[in-house]
Design a protein around this ligand. Structure first.
Ligand SMILES: Nc1ncnc2c1ncn2[C@@H]1O[C@H](COP(=O)(O)OP(=O)(O)OP(=O)(O)O)[C@@H](O)[C@H]1O
Length: 576
């Protein structure tokens, strides 16, 4: 069975922690601890042959370590549970209800975060008396506030997310929202928080006890170090048997919790889990890919893009399910290739593969994507980043998602240029104005923010951003989705004009055959992840005999009842 790195680390963490737990739980039966007898260990080094209990002194050390494991683990885990619990409740109340509870709790959090650790211990220790409980209270007081703040900010972001708003609009109550949407959203945050809290608490307890502020009646690993230090063990040979063992126990425990936390974080966060699995599979598969045409071979064919045998899968559990299989097509210089298919046929997966922005759990299993002779599947992320915008650009589906709401149109266009070129201020402004004009927006719109524009205008800005660095290939992934029919026609006219004027090579993706026919020179028809037909647009009505293509054509609405199907569908779009 193949294990991810996180799983291996998690297993190491569990093994290390088990050692410590066995020591804490079973240890006292083997080496009972008596606080009256084992308070003053001698200074001279023991006989190491008898270290593990064969003589009295070895037995004393072991008994103290075992007792230390019980005390340190108890304080660490108890403080972490309390700090995480209090932090979660306060963060939840403040973040979810806002208003005065938020203001009140956040002021308390601010004050708590400024509390100094040592004076707090001394003050509370004086009032309550030094004990394990006092240590748990002080450590909890120090740790809970940062947890509350993290949880609050997570909830602030969760409570305005789409699913929560949708549930609210359906009349869902607060309890339902908290149980179904908010709490599951913060669990992935709680686990690493708890583990970090255990580690911090163990380290804090050790530090307090080492400084002599621990419980004098119990022996933690920190107080063993305190006694060792007070009898100058750091300066003599005694460090090896008096300081090293408790020090190692602290390190092993902290490491074990960190390892387990890392693994648990991956377990409870599906995104993280699929990401790691996808990364593992991707490496294996791509190493296996072979036999792709050489760069010189590709260039001699004169194609801008050649996709060969592309297969991409999505990890579902431990299974890799193909979303697209053996997809092959090419785009010539100045040609527009339309990819048409019903929802879920794999169009977006093809687009994301070309621009190498497949998101986990997607795995590029095999195939090659040659852009101007370079196989994009073999480029490093850095090399690919350099090509994006310059050689290949994407016009995405939802313009609003592609634009930064806090930057003006001009700032965003300037950012797109300066990411790739060094231009002076005047040249930058000229280029931005020129691009705005090319997409049919007056220069004054440069100072507008995305929310001040209509959907069609936003889409124009996105087109301007994609074209501003004059890419060789443009991928337009359903660029008219969500726009009304008149704006769709405007955007299609704009794209067609730009394509002709700039001689763009383009992959145009849509589920709408008439829309694609209005622009594309060649049509690639996809169904269930495979290409089922490829034909020149002009010949589609006559040349294509594939039943699926014919069905798509039959589904195009006719303008008049009883009007015969036009021979060239391209006319339908142009007249509409
Ligand atoms: N994140 C994902 N996890 C698992 N499967 C996915 C994921 N994204 C897409 N798929 C699957 O991949 C297949 C192709 O999806 P893709 O989005 O590429 O299709 P599409 O043709 O672009 O659809 P649409 O037109 O609706 O956007 C679908 O079967 C879909 O279920």
């Amino acid at each position: 069975m193949m294990r991810t790195m996180a799983q291996k680390i998690g297993i190491a963490g569990v093994l290390l922690l088990s050692m410590m737990l066995v020591m804490a739980i079973v240890g006292p039966f083997a080496v009972p601890y008596d606080s009256n007898e084992q308070t003053a260990l001698p200074l001279q080094a023991p006989d190491y042959a008898h270290w593990l209990g064969a003589n009295d002194m070895g037995q004393d050390i072991l008994a103290e370590l075992v007792e230390g494991a019980r005390v340190s683990l108890f304080i660490g885990i108890a403080s972490a549970i309390m700090a995480t619990f209090i932090g979660t409740i306060i963060g939840l109340l403040a973040g979810y209800w806002g208003g005065w509870p938020d203001s009140l709790f956040m002021r308390i959090v601010d004050v708590s975060l400024t509390l100094p650790f040592l004076p707090l211990m001394i003050v509370i220790g004086v009032y309550l008396g030094p004990s394990i409980i006092t240590q748990v209270i002080v450590i909890t007081l120090v740790l809970w506030a940062s947890k509350a703040r993290e949880i609050r900010s997570q909830i602030l972001s969760l409570r305005t997310r789409g699913p929560v708003m949708a549930a609210k609009s359906m009349g869902a109550g607060d309890f339902y929202l908290l149980r179904r949407h908010i709490l599951p959203g913060i669990v992935p945050l709680l686990i690493p928080q708890f583990v970090r809290a255990v580690n911090s608490a163990i380290l804090m307890e050790s530090a307090l006890s080492f400084l002599g502020l621990g419980d004098p009646l119990s022996k933690s690993w920190g107080s063993i170090l305190f006694y060792a230090n007070s009898r100058s063990a750091f300066l003599t040979d005694a460090w090896l048997w008096w300081i090293l063992p408790p020090g190692l126990c602290i390190v092993i425990t902290v490491l074990s919790f960190s390892f387990i936390g890392y693994w648990l974080e991956e377990r409870v966060s599906p995104r993280l889990r699929t990401y790691l699995s996808a990364m593992t599979v991707k490496r294996v598969k791509l190493q296996a890919a072979a036999g792709v045409p050489s760069t010189s071979e590709m260039t001699s064919r004169g194609q801008v893009l050649e996709v060969n045998n592309l297969t991409v899968g999505y990890l579902k559990g431990s299974e890799l399910v193909n979303a697209i299989s053996s997809v092959s097509f090419s785009v010539n210089q100045g040609e527009v290739v339309g990819i048409v298919g019903e929802s879920g046929s794999g169009k977006t997966t093809v687009a994301a593969s070309i621009i190498q922005l497949l998101k986990p759990p997607a795995v590029l299993r095999e195939g090659s994507i040659h852009l101007c002779g370079q196989d994009l599947t073999r480029l490093s992320p850095m090399e690919m980043q350099k090509l994006r915008g310059m050689k290949v650009a994407l016009i995405p589906q939802a313009a609003m998602n592609a634009l930064n709401p806090v930057l003006s149109v001009r700032q965003q266009l300037i950012e797109a240029i300066t990411a790739k070129h060094k231009l002076g201020k005047v040249e930058l402004q000229q280029r931005v104005n020129q691009m705005l004009e090319q997409v049919g927006l007056a220069a004054k719109w440069g100072s507008a923010y995305p929310h001040e524009l209509s959907g069609g205008m936003r889409q124009r800005v996105v087109i301007a951003m994609a074209l501003i660095n004059e890419p060789t290939l443009v991928i337009a992934d359903e660029p008219t989705t969500g726009l009304d029919i008149m704006v769709q026609i405007e955007i299609m006219k704009l794209l067609k004009g730009l394509q002709k004027r700039l001689g763009l090579s383009m992959v145009f993706i849509s589920h709408d055959l008439p829309v694609v026919l209005g622009l594309a020179d060649r049509i690639v028809i996809m169904k269930q992840g495979e290409i089922v037909d490829q034909v020149a647009s002009a010949d589609l009505a006559i040349a294509s005999t594939h039943p699926y293509t014919r069905r798509l054509m039959d589904s195009i609405p006719r303008l008049k009842i009883n009007e015969p199907q036009p021979a060239n569908i391209q006319l339908v779009y142009e007249h509409s």
